[in-house]
Design a protein around this ligand. Structure first.
Ligand SMILES: C[S@@+](CC[C@H](N)C(=O)[O-])C[C@H]1O[C@@H](n2cnc3c(N)ncnc32)[C@H](O)[C@@H]1O
Length: 420
């Protein structure tokens, strides 16, 4: 006899993970959007739901392929999502088989999908028993990346895909003179690296503002601006403020421009915790102008964020090629808006956390055609990460780099000089 819904044990973590996965698969809804809407408040439950959903999204292509021979006909999308959660628990999260199967059967019953409970029970038991055999010969790296991205990444695709299968570590940037919290690994660029999932608010020095969270690759654009104390810098698209903090530490007069009010509030809070000074301006970078022209602009432009897929695997299945083209147009506009803020001869450091050529090298080539001059980075400037210097003198990273030490986010950066 099937259980009445009220007798089925509650499981808010898996309910939220299910909502996240279904949101991505059925509605192309970003993971954070579902998380923001969730009434679940306990931070540990939210973190567990996030981890389960992210694991599904990270391995979705290969797990879909693994399930294929076990399904006689295509199940409804929510049932497929629940099955994928079951496979993720069994094959990637080391959940004991009875729990992995039982929790998914209960989930289906709670969510009005009881007629599929038997199917889930049979399919997941089979995966628990014969999973290794079913996975044999599957090219997980290839299957877990949508075809359009695989093609766009060219010869780097396999290395990037392998990097995406690893959970991202947590990197800290230290304030000058601060002592690194215990347990971290010092990286060649000076970042201190901790294991994925580390709770930074519990690390020594957090309250005192000794550090902020920033991927090793993300530290480079602000550094490559080579700002001198007293220079004026506009940080465009600034929240949550990792790069603003670096510019403030360098002794610049910093104007941090952010369009979203809630994100600007977070930026202010971060600066307060770090006891650093910058003028935070809530404005659209396309409209705002400083009262006086500045020496430099750092533009960390809004982008497809494919460089941060390790942390945001939903982007794999939510973004489409046309999103990249639309973003590229905005990036051109932002580059020229930055030009209007600069003194003649001023420097623009253009950066995106994207792996796509359209948002990186192609934007720089287009800017050069419009009169900007590319000022190549030197080998000395990138001595800590020599593999990131391209032939053109731009900076480029991807998640397959530093593979032995846990990888890094994908970033692109170029230095452009305003001519007149
Ligand atoms: C990639 S994040 C920036 C990360 C940030 N630079 C850092 O290092 O912490 C992009 C930010 O740009 C903001 N943004 C997007 N378009 C904008 C615009 N036209 N004007 C100002 N801010 C914008 C977004 O709200 C978002 O906070």
């Amino acid at each position: 006899m099937s259980k009445a819904p009220s007798q089925i044990p509650a499981d808010p973590t898996r309910d939220l993970a299910f909502d996240i996965v279904c949101g991505v698969v059925e509605h192309r809804r970003m993971l954070e959007t579902t998380l923001d809407r969730s009434p679940l408040t306990d931070p540990r439950d939210r973190a567990s739901a996030h981890r389960l959903a992210a694991t599904v999204l990270r391995h979705m292509g290969s797990m879909t392929e693994l399930l294929q021979p076990l399904l006689r006909r295509e199940p409804p999308a929510p049932v497929r999502c629940a099955l994928l959660m079951g496979v993720a628990q069994l094959r990637h999260l080391e959940t004991p088989p009875h729990a992995a199967v039982g929790t998914i059967v209960s989930l289906l019953r709670r969510r009005g999908l009881a007629p599929f409970a038997g199917l889930a029970n049979a399919v997941l038991r089979r995966v628990a028993r014969d999973g290794d055999e079913l996975a044999e010969g599957l090219d997980a790296d290839r299957l877990d990346v949508p075809a359009w991205l695989w093609t766009a990444w060219g010869h780097r695709a396999r290395d990037i895909a392998a990097g995406l299968h690893r959970e991202a570590p947590i990197d800290l940037t230290l304030k000058p003179g601060a002592v690194a919290p215990e347990g971290g690994e010092m990286m060649p660029n000076g970042s201190v690296r901790f294991a994925p999932g580390t709770r930074v608010t519990e690390l020594e020095g957090f309250e005192e503002g000794a550090f902020w969270v920033q991927d090793a690759a993300a530290t480079m654009p602000a550094r490559l601006l080579n700002i001198s104390p007293g220079q004026s810098v506009v940080d465009l698209c600034a929240a949550p403020g990792g790069k603003t903090a670096q510019l403030a530490v360098a002794g610049a007069k910093v104007y941090a421009v952010e369009r979203e009010e809630t994100r600007a509030r977070r930026l202010k809070q971060n600066l307060e915790r770090l006891r650093l000074d910058a003028e935070v301006i809530i404005a659209d970078a396309l409209q705002w102008q400083p009262e006086e022209k500045v020496d430099a602009v750092l533009l960390d432009a809004p982008c497809s964020a494919t460089g941060t897929l390790r942390r945001h695997p939903d982007v794999l299945w939510v973004k489409r090629p046309r999103d990249v083209l639309a973003l590229a147009k905005d990036q051109d506009r932002l580059i020229d808006a930055a030009g209007a803020m600069l003194k003649p001869g001023g420097i623009l450091l253009y950066a995106v956390c994207s792996l796509q050529d359209e948002e990186g090298p192609q934007r720089v080539a287009a800017a050069v055609k419009r009169g900007w001059v590319l000022e190549p980075f030197t080998a000395e400037e990138l001595a800590a990460m020599p593999e990131t210097l391209t032939k053109q003198g731009t900076f480029r990273t991807h998640p397959g780099m530093w593979a032995e030490q846990g990888g890094m986010d994908g970033f692109f950066a170029a230095r452009l000089r305003k001519t007149a």
